[in-house]
Design a protein around this ligand. Structure first.
Ligand code: GDP
Length: 139
C-alpha cells in the first residue's frame, strides 16, 4: 500500500533566490497538506548524515558544501500516494530532463542546485521526516 506522507526540503539555491513562497504555493496548489515546517541551516555533520547513501559518489563533498551554504526549508507533506505524486511535481533530478511545469524545470539551475528535495520511497520519507522533526513538531 502506498503511503500518504513525503518529506521535502527547499534547498539553499532556492531559499537564496527568495523562492520559498512560490515553491510552497506550488506544493499546496498541487493538493499537498503541510504537516510540519521549519527553516534551518544544516551543519556539515547533518548534511553528511542526510545524504549518507551518497557518501561514495564523486559529487558528495560538493553536495554537502552546497547543502550547508545557506538555509533550507524542511517540510512533511501529506497527500494520497505522496512520494510518487511529489516526485512528479518536482521533476527529474537534472533540470535539463525535468518535465515542463515541474518545480525543478522552473527553478533549478543545475543537477546539484536543483531547488528541492523529495523522498524516493515511503520508508525514506519516514526516516527523513524523523531526521528533521520531533513528534511535537508534526501535526
Ligand atoms: P534526487 O532524489 O532527485 O534528489 O536525486 P539523488 O538522490 O540521485 O541525488 C541527491 C542530490 O544530489 C540531488 O538532488 C542533487 O542535488 C545532487 N546530485 C545528484 N546527482 C548529481 C551529480 O551528478 N552531480 C552533482 N554535483 N550533484 C548531484
Amino acid at each position: 500500500m502506498k503511503g500518504n506522507i513525503t518529506f521535502t526540503m527547499i534547498k539553499p539555491d532556492a531559499t537564496g533566490k527568495n523562492l520559498t513562497g512560490k515553491i510552497l504555493s506550488m506544493i499546496t496548489e498541487a493538493g499537498f497538506t503541510i504537516r510540519a515546517l521549519k527553516m534551518t541551516r544544516l551543519s556539515k555533520e547533518q548534511a553528511e548524515g542526510f545524504y549518507a547513501v551518497h557518501k561514495d559518489k564523486p559529487f558528495f563533498n560538493d553536495l554537502v558544501k552546497f547543502m550547508t551554504s545557506g538555509p533550507v526549508v524542511a517540510a512533511i507533506l501529506e497527500k494520497e500516494n505522496a512520494v510518487e505524486s511529489f516526485r512528479a511535481l518536482i521533476g527529474a533530478t537534472n533540470p535539463a530532463n525535468a518535465a515542463e511545469g515541474t518545480i525543478r524545470k522552473l527553478y533549478a539551475s543545475s543537477v546539484q542546485e536543483n531547488a528541492v528535495h523529495g523522498s524516493d520511497s515511503d520508508e525514506n520519507a519516514q526516516i527523513e521526516a524523523s531526521y528533521f522533526f520531533s513528534n511535537l513538531e508534526r501535526f
